[in-house]
Design a protein around this ligand. Structure first.
Ligand code: PEP
Ligand code: MN
Length: 457
């Protein structure tokens, strides 16, 4: 353990993997991968290392990580309106969280590459017929006629990812996140008078602070003109990740934990941050093997079946030098299990000497189906897991370093609850997700208000 001598971007092939993809057309696969290997990086080592250094702050309690976006990003979301809506939502949520926690907020979108989905079953029954499950736009199409895996989609994923990030970068450079401009907070839907007052006060407080900073000219370096927004996805389809893994020069001043005489390292250039899903985190599996070799900051989903000793073993494998902030543990136990599991994981990690970013994903352990068979999540359950995580960390002398949400900037009706008072009968109004139910923009912003409130109490 610990040495990268036996690692290469392809070494995962020698290990067993879950969520295997069967490519029928091997020639098409090999030409897609050849094409990908020659395309330029989507993100650069300088950006990757900058994010890793910010995450070090989150691990040490000096900043907070907000990560959010779709469960399954579709190629068709690569359009100006949905991207704009998501950038604005993440920006507003981050302002609220900065106000609440008094800490800088790091923003990472589940965007520009979140095209692959792990599935509990490789097939599903549709109108009495067994067909392959939808595995995300990077492999097959949601339309039942397009369920055969098509390797050409790996290349299409690259171009949608690059185009999405290009648009995000252009919008940020053009002032979409310019805090000199007033933001539309749209709180009209909050019917509860007490909550309406509470949220309005927070908005006033944020607006006042921004006005004050502008007035005294506290924007000399232009910090109010734009923000950083990083990209992330689940590193599930390893053929794709491998093709975009490049040996590149380290940025000046960066000390890699696996230094090499040529001053270079292996960077996954498909996104700034990638994570290992809860279904593919086997110690001896291909995904862990791939992840242990890259310089990027990485996430590991931690579900209720994770044993403490397994968690430590995993950390030792992917981060033998115990680099602070290299790993974000994305806990997703469910509101009824968080109490019995999080504390022992915190203690185990503490005694191992690893210092991680503890991020709560209150979505994936809190999914259920309505009697009508619609997959949904309740706002209260999501808030409950988040609140418990905040409390449990405090009780153990730790702190919550971030939150990981499935959200969209659009007015969908996929999760119940929140100030709009959506109930299960409303889910059909605008239920458009192709995988898990997402918070809509009002629910997501409200969650940020409530988490911010926790810090201020
Ligand atoms: C996801 O984040 O969409 C996901 C599949 O999560 P998990 O691996 O935690 O189940
Ligand atoms: Mn999901």
């Amino acid at each position: 353990m610990g040495s990268l001598d036996d690692w290469s971007p392809a070494s995962w092939h020698s290990k067993p993997i879950k969520q295997v993809v069967e490519y029928e057309d091997q020639n098409a696969l090999s030409s897609a991968l050849t094409k990908l290997s020659g395309l330029p990086p989507i993100v650069t080592p300088t950006e990757i290392v900058k994010l890793k250094s910010s995450l070090r702050d989150a691990a040490l309690g000096k900043s907070f990580l907000l990560q959010g976006g779709d469960c399954a990003e579709l190629f068709s979301y690569c359009a100006d309106d949905p991207i704009d809506a998501k950038i604005k939502l993440l920006l507003q949520m981050s302002l609220v969280l900065i106000w609440g926690s008094n800490k800088p907020v790091i923003r990472i979108g589940r965007m520009a590459g979140q095209y692959a989905k792990p599935r509990s079953s490789p097939t599903e029954i549709l109108d009495g017929k067994e067909i392959p499950s939808f595995r995300g736009d990077i492999l097959n199409g949601f339309d039942p006629a397009h369920r055969t895996v098509d390797p050409e989609r790996l290349v299409t994923a690259y171009f949608h990812s690059a185009t999405t990030l290009n648009y995000i970068r252009s919008q940020l450079a053009s002032g979409i996140a310019d805090l000199h401009n007033p933001l539309d907070w749209g709180l009209g839907h909050v019917r509860d008078q007490e909550l309406q007052t509470k949220y309005s006060q927070i908005v006033h407080s944020i607006s006042d602070s921004l006005r004050f900073m502008r007035t005294i000219g506290a924007d000399t370096a232009g910090q109010l003109q734009t923000v950083d927004l990083y990209t992330s996805h689940e590193g599930l389809v390893l053929e794709y990740e491998q093709s975009l893994t490049r040996r590149l020069r380290h940025p000046a001043g960066y000390n890699s934990s696996s230094p090499s005489p040529d001053g270079k390292g292996w960077y996954n250039t498909s996104a700034h941050f990638i994570w290992i899903g809860d279904r593919t985190r086997q110690i001896d599996g291909g995904h862990v093997e791939y992840f242990r070799g890259i310089e990027n900051p990485i996430g590991i989903k931690v579900g209720p079946s994770m044993k403490s000793d397994e968690l430590i073993e995993l950390l030792d494998i992917v981060n033998p030098s115990k680099e602070i902030g290299k790993v974000t543990l994305i806990t997703r136990y469910g509101k009824d299990k968080v109490e019995s599991m999080l504390g022992s994981h915190i203690e185990a990690v503490k005694s191992s000497g690893h210092i991680v970013v503890w991020q709560c994903d209150p979505m994936h352990g809190n999914t259920h189906s309505t009697p009508a068979g619609i997959k949904t999540r309740s706002f209260n359950s999501i808030l409950s897991e988040l609140s418990s995580a905040l409390e449990i960390h405090k009780k153990h002398g730790s702190f919550l370093g971030g939150m990981h949400l499935e959200l969209t900037g659009d007015a969908v009706t996929e999760c119940t609850g929140g100030s709009e008072g959506l109930n299960e009968d409303d889910l059909g109004l605008n239920y458009t997700t192709y995988c898990d139910p997402r918070l809509n923009e009002k629910q997501a912003l409200e969650l940020a208000f409530l988490v911010a409130g926790h810090y201020r109490e």
